[in-house]
Design a protein around this ligand. Sequence first.
Ligand code: IPE
Ligand code: IPE
Ligand code: MG
Length: 243
Amino acid sequence: MSTTAASDSEAGPADIPAARTVAIIMDGNGRWAARRGLPVEAGHREGTRALRRTVEAGIDFGVRALVVYAFSTENWSRPADEVAALMEIFGETIERELPDLAVQGVRTRFLGRRDRVPADLLEQMENLERTTEHLDTLQLWIAFDYGGRAEIAEAARRCLEDGVAADALDEDALSARLYAPELAEIDLLIRTSGEFRTSNFLLWETAYAELVFTDTLWPDFGADDLRAALDTFSARERRFGGR
Ligand code: IPE
Ligand code: IPE
Ligand code: MG
């Protein structure tokens, strides 16, 4: 894993800040729906539109990789009808929204456990990963049944399975066995909806990420919010523990 993602020499448009790898905790769908007297599914559905807007804005702003938190390992504990609706909406997004983004050069991959996802959904996910694998305008990673602790525990398990000796079990050995070793370190982590926590998202990858919190509820998020977060990022001084 590189620690120099933000200082990537690849130049973007002159006025665009240099956050190349951005992660977003897409939170606030339930409150968005509740404020309108709508069922929670309506909030999740509107959230998929915000995702599309945000990915398109990310392309315009020179973001190279976007990692979005769609469903956590803890979200299975929600009411069964909400979980069922989320699975359905996720399937619809794979069928309708993501192919449109593929036309714009977006490669989509999924990050997380794959052993609990319904079989038909898993097939859709793997199919989309296959059909977009040659695209490189923007790398979209969708964290689904994702937990940062689960990811690190899995990486440790893979080290053991690979016979890594105790004295060779270092940061590089673990990094290489995360769900997506090719995913650069996160420059900027955004959380919407006014919550100040990271809820088990990308624990390893965000070690030196800049954190930006916004009150905007996810279904209302769009290009202006992304731009504002990128501007905030560009005004930060990153030190990585140095002088
Ligand atoms: C985020 O929105 C979507 C998921 C966690 C799946 P929420 O559903 O958590 O929205 P709030 O936090 O209840 O408003
Ligand atoms: C985090 O949001 C998970 C996703 C956005 C997918 P949650 O709504 O599940 O997090 P908490 O419960 O507020 O910490
Ligand atoms: Mg929430």
